[in-house]
Design a protein around this ligand. Structure first.
Ligand SMILES: [Zn+2]
Length: 43
């Protein structure tokens, strides 16, 4: 069972779209206990 996701790229590094809250809402909907953002330079 997957309980966390620590490899999430967002709009901050240009590899995804949407609001950060959307990631949190999605994680909650999938019953994830933890998530970690792994955005990187250039930001
Ligand atoms: Zn990225």
């Amino acid at each position: 069972m997957i309980t966390g996701d620590y490899h999430i790229h967002t709009v901050r590094c240009g590899h995804a779209k949407g609001e950060l809250q959307d990631y949190i809402n999605f994680a909650i909907s999938k019953n994830l206990r933890e998530i970690g953002f792994s955005d990187h330079a250039p930001m």
